[in-house]
Design a protein around this ligand. Structure first.
Ligand SMILES: *Cc1c(COP(=O)(O)O)cnc(C)c1O
Length: 468
């Protein structure tokens, strides 16, 4: 298996190189050169497998020998060992034909752990084999940074530096990052906004000498390995609900389009998925696109579901590549025009084709709170704001009453206690293994919004490490 760029002008690479590269050198995203098959007998053979065993079966054709089967199996076992549930990604019934897929059992209480725990291990494994080290640098407004830190903590070949805007992330989000005290983890609180943090990171990557000296790298959501690892829970849920004999629908709270793209990939492989609902908050560019076939950029507005506060969903480029029949130059033209004019329009036939599978839905903050209150009243289930949007979308958009509809729970309600309290009058408690989060010691450096200061800090910390 090799990987090709969505823009058609970068060399095809094997899995291990794609994992380390992230973005393709033509600015595109890597995709598999074909979708491996999950035919009916294969799906039948998945019944009764543990989550980590299923993960190895689903991912092996993508990894195609670049990691030995036994190593992959060991990594999958270790990745999911401490998730707080034997099923790893348990299903709970909310209503007749409506299910919640709980993806909040990882160390940072959001679905990103399901891919990140595995990808951190794969990174370390391949780097060690090559005798290399990397310095991961990233900016976070909350969830991603915590998941990346948990995935990289204590790994010999990795140093990780995460910038967050000081005083502008929630206390739970901050503590999930700053209470990790492994020596290779470096939290930096920047006196500035999330955009300032992101600009600092971009400027560091733009400095070629620095990039090469420190081996700068990223584990962001455009990395193919994250999409691949997310395919697994769609297969697990569908098989548990009767695939291949019975088709399933999914509703996905969406921001960067990575999660729902994994569902699309599962369907291309042969998983019987009859419908995908793309759930958005007030930042509803994807919903408007699905309604009209036109994607038109707007300004980002802050909402109760911050991980979905996005206008340009980077992983959408992978779907566009498929919509345009894998024509890389056509994708490049469309994306360049979109960045310039803020607008992208599909041919009517292509749009109709997209709509055979995808529906969109939008909930603003009032609708989100109403969905949280309604679900608590009906089933006693606390939903976080992101999950609530997915559940509301599932109820509003399901096409028939016969096909099981699965809404994805993408964050634990205790990550957003203020919103849950507003909706239900009650504050959800943290899982037992995080019960002492508010007593744990925090460690973070505070730096001004100044590129020179951040570069000097990172360089000094990496040098110290090398000397030790
Ligand atoms: C990241 C995130 C999302 C959005 O997922 P994408 O893959 O970016 O579409 C939704 N909900 C939560 C809680 C998240 O952390």
């Amino acid at each position: 298996m090799r990987y090709i760029s969505t823009r058609g002008a970068a060399p095809a690479l094997p899995f291990d190189d794609v994992l380390l590269a992230g973005l393709a050198e033509d600015g595109g995203l890597y995709v598999p050169e074909f979708w491996p098959s999950l035919d009916a007998p294969t799906l039948e053979s998945f019944h009764g497998l543990a989550y980590d065993e299923l993960a190895v079966r689903v991912m092996a054709p993508f990894i195609a020998g670049t990691i030995a089967d036994a190593d992959l199996a060991a990594m999958a076992k270790a990745a999911y060992r401490d998730f707080g549930h034997h099923a790893t990604a348990p299903l709970r019934q909310l209503d007749t034909g409506l299910w919640l897929l709980d993806l909040t059992r990882g160390p940072t209480l959001a679905f990103k752990d399901y891919a990140m725990q595995l990808v951190g291990r794969m990174f370390d494994h391949i780097l060690k084999r090559r005798g290399r080290r990397v310095t991961i640098v990233g900016a976070t407004s909350g969830d991603t940074g915590a998941a990346a830190i948990e995935a990289c903590r204590g790994r010999a070949a990795i140093d990780i530096f995460i910038l967050h805007p000081r005083g502008r992330v929630s206390e739970v989000q901050r503590r999930l990052m700053t209470t990790v005290t492994d020596r290779n983890v470096h939290n930096i609180a920047i006196d500035g906004t999330f955009d300032d943090c992101q600009d600092l990171v971009k400027a560091m990557f733009a400095d070629r000498a620095l990039r090469e000296r420190l081996g700068l790298s990223a584990v962001n959501s455009i990395n193919w390995a994250r999409v691949m690892a997310q395919i697994v829970y769609y297969v697990a849920a569908a098989v548990a609900l009767g695939a291949p004999a019975r088709a399933v629908a999914f509703s996905v709270p969406t921001g960067n389009f990575g999660n729902v793209l994994a569902a699309y990939g599962a369907r291309r492989m042969g998983l019987p998925i009859s419908q995908l609902v793309v759930a958005s908050n007030a930042n509803d560019i994807l919903h408007r696109f699905l309604e009209t076939g036109r994607m038109k950029m707007g300004a980002v507005v802050p909402t109760l579901s911050p991980s979905m506060d996005i206008q340009v969903s980077s992983n959408f480029e992978r779907l566009l590549f498929e919509i345009l029949d894998r024509d890389g130059p056509a994708v490049a033209r469309a994306i360049v025009a979109f960045r310039k004019d803020g607008c992208l329009t599909l041919e009517p036939s292509a749009w109709r084709e997209v709509r055979t599978l995808f529906d969109g839905h939008r909930e603003d903050d009032a609708g989100t709170l109403a969905a949280m209150a309604a679900e608590y009243g009906a089933s006693g289930e606390f939903l976080d704001p992101h999950t609530a949007i997915g559940v509301a979308a599932a109820r509003a958009r399901r096409r028939d009453a016969v096909t099981p509809m699965v809404a994805l729970a993408t964050a634990h309600p205790a990550k957003f206690p203020d919103a849950v309290e507003r909706a239900t009058g009650l504050r959800p408690s943290l899982p037992a293994r995080l019960a002492d989060l508010f007593e744990r010691e925090e460690r973070a450096a505070t730096l001004p919004n100044d590129l020179g200061a951040v570069k000097a800090f990172v360089t000094a910390r990496v040098a110290l490490k090398g000397a030790a």
